[in-house]
Design a protein around this ligand. Structure first.
Ligand code: SF4
Ligand code: SF4
Length: 400
C-alpha cells in the first residue's frame, strides 16, 4: 500500500550507486544531486523514516519537483520502486499546509465526478478570474466525449473480440478526436467496443497529489463499472491511465481488501489500444495521407511490453507513412501530467530539448499515446510545426 512504512526495506536497500541520476530528466537539466532520484530517496529516509529532519513544507516542495516519470525505477539495479516511494511520501505529506488545495478540489469535484465539459469550462474560467488557476491551462473541448459517444460500437464484419473502453480524462475533456478514432478503428477490425456509463478518472492525478482517499474513490468506481462486464479486454488510449490501472491500482486498496483479487484480475486485462490491435494481428484499413511520422514514447510505458513497440510496428508498415525516429524518442517531454503547470522553468527546459529533436526529423506528424505529452508538445510546436496526434488517429485515416 502507499504508506511509507511499506517501503522502508526498499529505501534501505539503496546501493548509492547513482545509476538513477543519468535517467532523471530533472537532474539532466539541473545537475543538482538533491533533485536527483537518489537525493530524493535519501530525503525521504531522513524526513519520513528516520525523522532526522522535519517533514516540513521545504521537504514537500523538494519531493514535488519530480515528474513521477518512473525513469529512475526502470534503471535502478537494486530494483527499488522509486516512483512508488515518492508517491508514498506524497501521501504521507499530503495533510501538510500548502499541499495543493486547488488541485485537490479539481481531482475530487471534477475528475472523480466526471462533470460535463461546459461545467468544467465555467469552473476554470471562474478559477482563472479568482487567480486560483493559471491563464494557460489546457483548453477544454466543447463537449465531453462520453456524453456523445455511443454506449456500444458494433463490429463491422465477424466479431474478433469484445472490449470495454476506459475513457481517460484527456480524451474526455481535451482530445475527443482520439476517442472518435478508436471507435472507428476497432469496429473496422471486427472489435465490438462498449463505452460503459458511470466511468470517471483512473486516479493517477489524485495519487500524484498524495490524496489517497480520492485515489481509492476512483479505483472503486473503476471496479464497480468494469469488473462485471463480459469483455475480452479493457482498452485505454492513455498510457498514464494504463500505468495507473495496471501497476498502481492494486497498491491503493488495503492489503486485506476482499476486492483486491478482482482488481488484479481486471488489471491484467488492460491494454493500450495500439498494443491490443497489434496483438490481434490487424492491418490498417483506412488509406493514409502521405506523411512523415515520428514517435514520442511516453514515460509511462513500462506497464506493458507492447506499449512502445505497437505504434512503431503498426504505422511503420502502413502505406503512406514515412517513418522516422528522433534521436531520443524515449526522453521525457517535461509535461509530467500537470507538473508543467507547477514547475514551468524546468519543464520548459526539458521540452525545449525534445522540440529540437522533433524538428530535426522534419516530420509532419508526431504520434504519442499520452494526452498530457500531446498537449504540451503541441503548445510549443504551435501552428507551423508538426501536428501531434494519437497513433490511433493516423490508423483511422486522420491526417495532419
Ligand atoms: S540506482 Fe537505485 S540503488 Fe543506485 S543510487 Fe539510485 S536508487 Fe540507489
Ligand atoms: S520519477 Fe522521474 S523525475 Fe522523479 S526522480 Fe525519478 S527520474 Fe527523476
Amino acid at each position: 500500500m502507499y504508506a511509507i512504512d511499506d517501503f522502508v526495506g526498499a529505501i534501505r536497500h539503496c546501493l548509492q550507486c547513482n545509476f538513477c541520476l543519468s535517467a532523471c530528466p530533472i537532474y539532466r537539466e539541473e545537475l543538482v544531486e538533491a533533485h536527483a532520484p537518489r537525493g530524493r530517496l535519501n530525503l525521504v529516509e531522513a524526513a519520513l523514516v528516520d525523522q532526522r529532519v522535519a517533514p516540513n513544507e521545504k521537504v514537500r516542495r523538494r519531493l514535488d519537483r519530480c515528474l513521477l516519470c518512473a525513469s529512475c525505477a526502470r534503471v535502478c539495479p537494486g530494483g527499488i520502486p522509486l516512483d512508488d516511494v515518492f508517491l508514498a511520501a506524497r501521501v504521507e505529506l499530503s495533510g501538510k499546509p500548502g499541499a495543493g488545495l486547488t488541485e485537490r478540489f479539481v481531482v475530487r469535484q471534477v475528475l472523480n465526478r466526471r462533470v460535463t465539459s461546459s461545467l468544467l469550462k465555467r469552473s476554470l474560467s471562474l478559477a482563472r478570474r479568482l487567480g486560483l488557476a493559471p491563464s494557460d491551462i489546457p483548453r477544454v473541448a466543447s463537449s465531453s466525449f462520453t456524453r456523445r459517444a455511443p454506449r456500444e460500437a458494433a463490429p463491422r464484419g465477424p466479431t474478433a473480440a469484445r472490449v470495454a473502453y476506459f475513457v481517460g480524462c484527456g480524451t474526455e475533456y481535451l482530445f475527443p478526436d482520439t476517442g472518435e478514432a478508436l471507435l472507428r478503428v476497432l469496429p473496422d477490425h471486427g472489435i465490438a467496443v462498449v463505452v460503459p456509463e458511470g466511468q470517471t478518472c483512473c486516479g493517477l492525478p489524485a495519487l500524484a497529489l498524495g490524496d489517497l482517499d480520492a485515489t481509492r474513490e476512483a479505483i472503486e468506481v473503476f471496479l464497480a463499472v468494469f469488473a462485471a462486464l463480459e469483455v475480452d479486454a479493457v482498452v485505454t488510449d492513455c498510457t498514464s491511465c494504463g500505468h495507473m490501472l495496471r501497476q498502481k491500482a492494486p497498491y491503493v486498496l488495503p492489503p486485506d481488501d476482499p476486492r483486491l483479487k478482482q482488481l488484479r484480475a481486471l488489471s491484467e486485462k488492460i491494454f493500450e489500444v495500439t498494443e491490443f490491435l497489434e496483438r490481434l494481428g490487424v492491418q490498417r484499413k483506412h488509406p493514409l495521407p502521405d506523411v512523415k511520422v515520428t514517435y514520442h514514447v511516453p514515460c509511462h510505458r513500462g506497464w506493458s511490453e507492447g506499449v512502445a513497440a505497437a505504434p512503431r510496428r503498426l504505422l511503420a508498415q502502413a502505406t503512406g507513412v514515412r517513418w522516422t525516429e528522433m534521436r531520443e524518442p524515449e526522453s521525457c517531454c517535461g509535461a509530467g501530467g500537470y507538473f508543467f503547470l507547477r514547475h514551468r522553468d524546468v519543464a520548459e527546459r526539458i521540452r525545449r530539448r525534445k522540440i529540437e529533436d522533433i524538428l530535426a526529423t522534419k516530420a509532419d506528424v508526431v504520434v504519442t499515446q499520452c494526452p498530457a505529452c500531446r498537449y504540451y508538445l503541441q503548445q510549443a510546436l504551435a501552428d507551423e510545426g508538426p501536428r501531434v496526434l494519437h497513433p490511433v488517429a493516423l490508423l483511422a485515416g486522420m491526417g495532419p
